[in-house]
Write a protein that binds this ligand. Structure first.
Ligand SMILES: Nc1ncnc2c1ncn2[C@@H]1O[C@H](COP(=O)(O)OP(=O)(O)O)[C@@H](O)[C@H]1O
Ligand SMILES: [Mg+2]
Length: 527
């Protein structure tokens, strides 16, 4: 399908000038140099015979542009998210589900998440405690990151601390007239539009606040506690309706392919795969999807399922000196802004195994940090890395390492139930689990099933880390030769055209990615 066959409301502007479009103006380009083509000899001679005038020079001014503009163009937002606009709906749904699951787990609430997609937007609604207004306000400030995860080392879903920010800018970039993000929490609806001031290059954010109509009713999912009607958070990315349709399929403003069923896998299949991924990795969560009126559901198989929750103290053994320095630096800045300065003991008490006073006292005495305040780690404008290193070593000496199992095991029963529901033949189901024996704890689980000869499906791979579904397979490269998951599967004759389902999940306290799009994991000995 070509761009011209798709009725699009807005065409992306081609910003290339005639000069930079074909790479030349008056002459041709050879190895990056402009070579004048002809008729110059005479002109050069004439110029040399004239008296020499002083050359006009440009005294350049150094302009400082706020980094806020990093969010307000298609190119910049592609860099920030690590994905092209075509994939932004997937980025939206992944990031918002990550946040929703985290929030529910922190509130000890089995997550129940409703996702819906229609002609003018995508919504994700959770049954958590509700996004605090102060956090929302902080994310509207494009000059800072607002996150309660980023500075801690733990097996958590998303920790970049700028997801909400990119989601705020997304609707504006794809639809400058009608794009908006709508956040409902604590009985208030925030209709947020943003733009960039073309002169000052600063973000201009409008937050239109109204009351959420009271009649709204949520049916709690099986096993969930009854919540007040106003509880939870609903996030909607919205744009103006595109009136035209293509082959009875509604169009979205994200790219030329839109929702065309002609692409394989179709956009819907990719969207569905993200939600299936979350349903595979989260036995305690219930998901419902309403895709243009078509309904899908994944009920929790075990609402009481346990994992290392975001509100669980982190382990000192997951930190290296640089991580603890980052955390201490973040606390010092946070306290300074709030006009406070916490004691080192207030930091120590937050770690796994150090909540009791006995061990805490041992650490503080051993390091001579009793009654010392965090700001005292700053010496001559720098963090005292030696002293912080001693504190970390002492905390590690007085605490046990965390066994891999405590991170959380998705388990064979859950994965089998989900795979059989997808149509996998029961006798073909296989499950395997590996855990680390030393160093950082990790759990690598995989499941496999065959859909049968009659299945029209091709190979389906669901991969993810820390109970979050991946948009791109992050296990592209592993093993001594870096062959990656796809090659390994092909070697096992599970090639692209085989009707199989393969699931791979890694739980790890220090999952690191090589890129913003989270498409390549750094696994530190986890394969
Ligand atoms: N659905 C939600 N319910 C409650 N709090 C939320 C929700 N979504 C986001 N938050 C809060 O907003 C913060 C910023 O989210 P985000 O930009 O995704 O960064 P990160 O998830 O990396 O911390 C989160 O740290 C969390 O405190
Ligand atoms: Mg997040």
């Amino acid at each position: 399908m070509t761009d011209s066959t798709i009725p699009r409301r807005k065409k992306r502007r081609n910003t290339a000038t005639p000069e930079n479009r074909n790479g030349r103006k008056n002459g041709h380009r050879t190895n990056g140099q402009i070579v004048k083509s002809d008729g110059l000899d005479g002109a050069v001679k004439q110029a040399l015979s004239r008296p020499v005038k002083p050359k006009a020079t440009l005294q350049r001014t150094t302009f400082c542009t706020p980094r806020e503009m990093d969010f307000f163009s298609e190119k910049e937002l592609t860099t920030q998210t690590g994905h092209d606009p075509e994939d932004w709906p997937l980025v939206f749904v992944k990031e918002v589900i990550d946040n929703a699951l985290d929030a529910c787990e922190e509130a000890d609430q089995p997550p129940s998440i409703n996702i819906s997609a229609d002609a003018t937007g995508i919504s994700v609604e959770d049954n958590g405690p509700g996004l605090p207004e102060s956090t929302l306000r902080a994310t509207l400030d494009f000059t800072v990151r607002a996150s309660n995860r980023e500075a801690y080392v733990s097996p958590c879903r998303g920790a970049q601390g700028n997801a909400l920010m990119t989601l705020l800018a997304m609707p504006v970039v794809i639809d400058p007239d009608d794009g908006r993000l709508i956040v409902e929490a604590h009985g208030k609806r925030h209709t947020i539009t943003c733009s960039a001031d073309p002169i000052t290059q600063r973000a201009v954010v409008h937050d239109d606040v109204s009351d959420v109509p009271k009649c709204k009713k949520r049916r709690p999912a099986r096993g969930t506690r009854k919540q007040a009607l106003s509880s939870g958070t609903k996030v909607r990315i919205q744009w103006g309706e595109i009136e035209m349709t293509y082959l009875d399929h509604c169009l979205w403003p994200f790219g030329p392919e839109g929702l065309s069923p002609a692409c394989k896998p179709s956009f819907f299949e990719r969207f569905l795969a993200i939600i299936e991924g979350f349903a595979l990795f989260n036995p305690h969560a219930t998901f419902r999807l309403d895709w243009f009126g078509e309904k899908y559901a994944w009920d929790a198989t075990d609402p009481a399922w346990e994992k290392w929750k975001p509100n669980k103290p982190t382990s000192t053994h997951w930190y290296e000196g640089r991580h603890l320095e980052r955390l201490i630096g973040a606390y010092i800045t946070h306290d300074r802004d709030a006009g406070t300065d916490r004691l080192v003991s207030d930091l120590v008490v937050e770690f796994d195994g150090l909540t009791g006073s006995q061990k805490r006292s041992k650490v503080l005495d051993e390091t001579d940090l009793r009654r010392v305040r965090l700001s005292e780690f700053v010496v001559g404008g720098r963090l005292d890395t030696k002293r912080i290193g001693k504190l970390l070593a002492s905390m590690q000496r007085h605490t046990r390492t965390v066994k891999s199992r405590r991170l959380g095991i998705i388990g064979e029963d859950h994965l089998k139930a989900r795979l059989l529901a997808m149509g996998v033949q029961p006798e073909s189901f296989r499950y395997s689990r590996k855990t680390s024996k030393e160093g950082l704890p990790w759990v690598l689980e995989s499941a496999f099933g065959w859909l049968g000869n009659d299945s029209p499906d091709r190979r389906r791979i669901y991969s993810g880390a820390n109970w979050s579904a991946a948009i791109k397979n992050p296990f592209r490269s592993f093993g001594t030769t870096g062959e990656g998951l796809e090659t390994a599967l092909s070697d096992m004759r599970a090639t692209r055209n085989e009707p199989i389902v393969f699931v791979l999940h890694l739980a790890h306290p220090r999952v690191e990615y090589t890129d913003r799009g989270k498409s390549a994991l750094v696994m530190g000995g986890a394969a």
